[in-house]
Design a protein around this ligand. Structure first.
Ligand code: FAD
Length: 475
């Protein structure tokens, strides 16, 4: 672990972006005996409340990969983060009132037959805990309200602008880490130094955040507080994630045309909710629903794939800067945390050859980040629609039964591999494809066996009744 590295001459790492991934990376670098400087565009979120939270959702799901990356650097950090999370044992599906499958109320689908669960974390609180941790390290300095303006990777210089005074600061360092999110400036500069493949997609869905408050009187959750609630409606969906303060952070994901259909009046909004999410109205309350809806902006969803993630021994990118993804697998930040752990595995393996370590990091992470990017896109369709389909439930149940009662078969659901293991994303897909191939062959053999058996039976019956001569040539 980076915490156990032997002391070597102090090198300086500059981290661009003090979001969750950059902050965790700062801790890894500081424990590896680097001098670390973190430059963050926003004000210190611990001093400015939620205003500084950026336009990001308030809650996010953290699972094994994210938690493991915290544990590897310090089990006490993991403990502190875990204390402020809410376990989510499964999805609770709320079908539509016109859905023939709908019975009203929610239907629970456990995430894992062995009882494993994911956790809901408050994004701001998580970031603040990480900032507190790095601030306590003697070799870390954090500069807020300072934006990256220029990177010269051959000279190893970065230029930042102090937002309040517009003053330019030039910083020389041995290494630069870009963790400045989906619209990364660091990545833009990296593109000038490498032959970077780059692909960016905005999906036709926007999101808007709403909130279910705690129950009046009891102060408890209004609906089951250990589930991620989903109201899938084919072309759009509404989800609710529990928070430690007993609210639910809700997200409405919809193509623009439905926002247009709602228009800009409270009546339009309530008519839409009455038609599609009637059970949500009393949970939020009419007045709050209208106020929050028209106060909060609707935001786009971007998916970015690029490669490579590094330049020589001078620069690398991690987190959303390297692979922003749509949020439908709940893996964006988890994958970003995993980037940091993997980056340090390579740095520890080649402490005297950073160039090789970064090149290996790029190669390994490209395969994995592109895979989870694609899975996240696919899960969007699943969450909107398939979670209510019989075929989806049958396939999931079959896989889970085998996972539970015949573990020697090695069958495991894709979701379980992604959320409850640290197996590389690319390897997960390879294993699941193989296992689905085997299952398909078994089903085909069973079907063939059944068909042949039925044919023999019919033939015998026909023979007994003297119909054989009139048959269609079976021998
Ligand atoms: P960011 O969080 O974007 O942080 C980047 C930081 O860099 C920011 O603090 C920014 O101010 C700073 N910065 C930007 N430009 C500059 C500059 N020029 N100079 C200096 N600093 C700069 N992930 C999950 O794992 N689970 C979930 O359930 C989940 N749900 C999500 C729901 C929604 C609706 C969305 C939109 C995303 C969700 N994600 C989820 C994804 C997750 O939010 C991101 O993957 C995660 O925030 C990435 O962290 P990051 O530190 O790489 O980037």
């Amino acid at each position: 672990s980076p915490g156990n590295s032997t002391p070597r001459p102090q090198k300086k790492a500059v981290i661009i972006g003090g979001g969750p991934v950059g902050s965790l990376a700062a801790l890894y670098f500081s424990r590896s005996n680097w001098d670390v400087e973190v430059y963050e565009l926003r004000s210190d979120p611990r001093r400015c409340g939620t205003q500084a939270l950026d336009k990001k959702s308030i809650n996010l799901a953290i699972s094994e990969r994210g938690l493991n990356s915290l544990k590897v650097i310090d089990p006490l950090l993991l403990e502190e983060v875990m204390k402020e999370t809410v376990p989510m044992t499964g999805r609770c599906i709320h079908p539509g009132k016109n859905d023939f499958r709908g019975k009203g109320g929610g239907e629970s689908q456990a995430y894992d037959i062995h009882g494993r669960f994911i956790r809901s974390a408050d994004r701001g609180r998580l970031n603040n805990i990480l900032l507190d941790w790095i601030e306590r390290q003697p070799n870390v300095k954090i500069f807020f309200e300072t934006a990256l303006k220029r990177l010269d990777l051959d000279k190893k210089d970065a230029e930042f602008e102090k937002r309040s005074t517009k003053e330019t600061i030039t910083v020389h360092a041995d290494f630069f880490l870009g963790s400045d999110g989906a619209h990364s400036q660091a990545r833009r500069f990296l593109q000038r130094y490498t032959l970077m493949d780059y692909e960016q997609v905005y999906i036709d869905t926007l999101w808007k955040e709403l909130e279910i408050p705690p129950e009046e009187g009891t102060g408890g959750f209004r609906i089951d507080g250990n589930h991620l609630h989903i109201w899938p409606r084919k072309d759009f969906m509404f989800i609710a994630i529990p928070s430690p303060d007993k609210t639910f952070t809700c997200t409405l994901f919809m193509p623009e045309r439905f926002f247009d259909e709602i228009g800009d009046t409270g009546e339009g909004l309530l008519a839409f909710f009455n038609r599609h999410f009637p059970d949500v109205i009393p949970l939020i309350g009419e007045e709050k629903l209208v106020t929050d809806y028209f106060r909060n902006s609707k935001l786009p969803l971007i998916s970015i794939k690029c490669s490579p993630y590094h330049y020589k021994d001078t620069c690398a990118i991690v987190g959303d800067a390297a692979h922003a993804m749509v949020p439908f697998y709940g893996q964006g930040m988890n994958a970003g945390f995993e980037d940091v752990r993997v980056l340090f595995e390579h740095i520890s393996a080649h402490p005297d050859n950073l160039s090789l370590a970064l090149s290996n990091y790029s190669t390994e992470r490209k395969a994995d980040a592109h895979t989870i990017n694609d899975l996240a896109m696919r899960n969007y369709i699943e969450m909107r629609d398939n979670v209510t389909s019989r075929l989806y439930k049958f396939r999931k149940a079959a896989e889970e039964l085998m996972y539970a009662y015949a573990p020697w078969l090695g069958v495991r659901t894709l979701y379980s591999y992604v959320s409850f293991s640290n197996v590389r994303y690319s390897e997960v897909v390879r294993r699941v494809r193989w296992q689905q191939g085997v299952l398909d062959r078994v089903v085909k053999m069973l079907t063939l066996g059944w068909t042949l058996g039925a044919a023999v039976l019919v033939r015998r019956m026909m023979g007994r009744r003297g119909w054989a001569e009139g048959g269609d040539g079976w021998s």
